[in-house]
Design a protein around this ligand. Structure first.
Ligand SMILES: NC(=O)c1ccc[n+]([C@@H]2O[C@H](COP(=O)([O-])OP(=O)(O)OC[C@H]3O[C@@H](n4cnc5c(N)ncnc54)[C@H](OP(=O)(O)O)[C@@H]3O)[C@@H](O)[C@H]2O)c1
Length: 328
């Protein structure tokens, strides 16, 4: 099993979990169940991933077979952009809980700092980039005038009600993280952001550490996840798995050490939590057992840090040409 980190609210969170974005519905229940059998305890889901019903079925099977108890698991979900209005935040979490078959979520993130127009669950769920028939026809996303502090305070009420244990923020830049600290009553325990050697975000990581907010890396393999989405920038970028520096470091740690392990260990050695997604059993195991596999030297960590190009693959600037400049 993964090492645990203690969050600023005292709860313990596994440093390594399984990312659930793009796990196809037809295999999701089996994947969650098999990952629990392999030792995974944290699962990073979201409203937007559209697979929480199957995700919940995998959990139920593992609990029914006495492989784990609910309290052994750390379940993560995320509020989608269409539910930012304080009147709609609870609606979203109640749907997550119903789909997952759970009565609480361990960590609930605000997925993006952008409020879309509300879409009733009966109309489309998850709504994704849909925000109404007219907007769809016009090829735009409808937005709502909701401040992030209002959404955040509604998340705090979910903690008060026991529906979620902890609040997370995702895709926030430094200014927004700084701002939350000024208006929150319950501090966010974690910031989930894109983080890999092409986008090291070292200032943000340092700021979060100083303020006891756990950084969780997504897309640790950089372009890999976005090649599947036909992203031009991802296709045109040297894959991190094949980068000569990463390859050299992997080779220097002996046979059997892979470039993927170097990328993941680079994050965990900085105290950054990881949630790599894989649908292959051997990769699931290798990704989970990262800390036992290798330790990078200070020199190697520096070499990897130097690959930074501030290159982002997941950017709302590109969403349907809506030009949301959240990372400027
Ligand atoms: N908050 C957000 O906005 C946000 C955005 C993106 C992602 N996330 C979260 O972060 C998780 C991880 O990010 P991600 O899914 O974008 O990408 P990722 O974990 O960086 O990469 C996944 C890709 O790498 C492959 N892979 C996994 N392990 C490997 C290994 N050991 N060797 C070689 N290839 C390997 C997978 O293929 P196979 O499946 O075929 O093994 C898949 O193509 C997501 O699932 C999601 O939970 C959050």
């Amino acid at each position: 099993m993964s090492a645990l980190v203690t969050l600023n609210n005292g709860l313990k969170m596994p440093l390594v979990g399984l990312g659930c974005w793009k796990i196809p519905n037809e295999v999701c229940a089996d994947q969650i169940y098999n990952a629990i059998k392999l030792g995974y305890r944290l699962f990073d889901g979201a409203t937007d991933y559209g697979n929480e019903v199957e995700f919940g079925q995998g959990i139920k099977r593992a609990i029914d077979e006495n492989i784990v108890k609910r309290s052994d698991l750390f379940i993560v979900s995320k509020l989608w952009n269409s539910f930012h209005h304080p009147d709609h935040v609870k609606l979203n979490v109640m749907k997550n809980l119903k789909d997952l078959g759970l009565d609480y979520i361990d960590l609930y993130y605000i997925h993006f700092p952008i409020a879309f127009k509300f879409v009733p669950i009966e109309e489309k769920y998850p709504p994704g980039f849909y925000s109404g028939v007219q907007e769809q026809a016009d090829g735009v996303i409808g937005t709502e005038r909701v401040g992030l502090a209002d959404t955040y305070h509604a998340m705090e009420s979910l903690v008060d009600e026991g529906l979620i244990k902890s609040i997370g923020i995702s895709n926030y830049n430094g200014g927004l993280v700084y701002d939350v600290l000024n208006y929150c009553r319950i501090k966010p325990v974690a910031l989930q952001v894109e983080h890999h050697p092409y986008l090291t975000q070292s200032n943000l990581v340092e700021f979060c550490k100083k303020n006891h907010i756990q950084v969780v890396a997504y897309s640790s393999f950089g372009p890999q996840s976005y090649v599947e989405l036909n992203s031009e920038v991802a296709i045109d970028t040297v894959p991190l798995f094949e980068h000569p520096i990463i390859k050299k470091i992997a080779e220097s740690h002996g046979s059997g050490i892979t470039t993927s392990q170097v990328l993941l260990r680079w994050a965990t050695q900085q105290g950054v939590a990881i949630i790599p997604k894989s649908s292959k059993k051997e990769r699931l195991l290798a990704n989970l057992k990262i800390d036992q596999a290798l330790t990078l030297t200070e020199e190697e960590l520096k070499e990897i840090n130097n690959l930074n190009k501030n290159l982002r693959f997941n950017n709302p600037w590109d969403w349907m040409n809506m030009k949301f400049p959240i990372f400027a």
